[in-house]
Design a protein around this ligand. Structure first.
Ligand SMILES: Nc1ncnc2c1ncn2[C@@H]1O[C@H](COP(=O)(O)OP(=O)(O)OP(=O)(O)O)[C@@H](O)[C@H]1O
Length: 291
């Protein structure tokens, strides 16, 4: 399989936080969602994938996890990423990176001078679709308008890979739906791939092929979304019944006044239990917060 992103055994240490020996593979032609609570390490991982931060080069994962580290994006080692290939990555980070005194027309002109493959027709198409005013300074744009502008830019230089950090956060459901449609449209070309982080798990459930859960600097689950949703489910039972279930089937559980509800691997549960479907939000909550 060809990968748009192939990150192996990546460790990044801050004073109070370690992204610990994580690996992530995004198959070409697909969308992967990155889910995790605040401070889980999503932005740190994204910055490493973009080469904006350096990972530990001494293969210094925690004890017992040492192995060689590398990040390959669109076939290039991120540490020696050629300038000529930088246009192939469209990036949206959670803060607007354009000078606030400029307006959309001025941004368009600047981008045309920066990107050799700048597609003015596409840019105008997206900015019209997003109803962005041309002459208003960015400082007077709403948060949603700024985000739409960042997305329009990322989509207008013929990128093959989009790396998007919370592109739908703070946006209303109508705008989010518009943006998700644009992402789905982008991915119709099988050469295109997207890595997207979001707290809005329903957005990721809608568009992603793969989901990666990150918690406290560790990847706790990374798989095909449909497999995750079909393999995991919520089982409600008594404490005694829970005790009879193979412990390796239980990903997390919560006690309530009626007994216990547990996130379980369906295939590992034997016996006559009803297991309800779990959505991505529940999977995150049970995995992170469940006992
Ligand atoms: N430059 C830095 N120096 C020190 N610590 C940092 C730095 N950048 C991030 N961190 C720490 O790394 C941890 C992970 O932060 P990160 O921004 O990657 O989380 P996140 O999953 O993107 O969170 P959120 O959903 O809130 O955006 C946090 O504890 C944060 O304080």
């Amino acid at each position: 399989m060809e990968y748009a992103i192939n990150a192996l055994n990546i460790t990044k240490k801050y004073k109070d936080f370690t992204l610990d020996n994580v690996s992530l593979r995004l198959p070409k032609g697909s969308i992967m969602g990155l889910i995790g609570e605040n401070g889980a390490g999503k932005t740190t991982l994204i910055k490493l994938l973009l080469g904006l931060q350096k990972f530990e080069n001494n293969n210094s994962g925690s004890a017992g996890k040492k192995s060689s580290s590398s990040i390959t994006v669109l076939g290039h080692d991120i540490q020696n990423f050629p300038d000529s290939a930088k246009e192939d990555i469209g990036v949206v980070l959670d803060d607007c990176c354009f000078p606030e005194i400029l307006n959309l027309l001025q941004i368009g002109k600047i981008m045309k001078s920066i990107y050799s493959k700048w597609d003015v027709v596409n840019f105008n198409r997206y900015t019209e679709y997003f109803n962005l005013p041309e002459k208003k300074a960015l400082k007077d744009y709403s948060k949603g308008m700024k985000m739409k502008l960042s997305i329009a830019v990322a989509l207008s230089h013929d990128a093959k890979l989009l790396i998007l950090d919370e592109p739908t956060s703070g946006l209303d459901p109508v705008v989010r739906d518009e943006i998700l449609d644009v992402f789905m449209d982008f991915i119709q070309d099988e050469e295109h791939s997207i890595l997207i982080s979001s707290h809005i798990t329903s957005d990721l459930e809608k568009i992603c092929d793969y989901i990666t859960f990150i918690n406290n600097g560790n990847i706790i689950l990374s798989d095909v979304k449909d497999d995750i949703l079909s393999n995991l489910g919520i089982l409600k039972c008594s404490h005694d019944q829970l005790a009879q279930i193979d412990p390796s089937a239980i990903r997390g559980y919560k006690r309530n006044s009626f007994g216990v509800s547990a996130l379980v691997d369906r295939h590992k549960v034997t016996g006559n239990f009803v297991i309800d479907p779990a959505n991505l939000e529940e999977i995150l909550l049970y995995s992170v917060r469940g006992k």
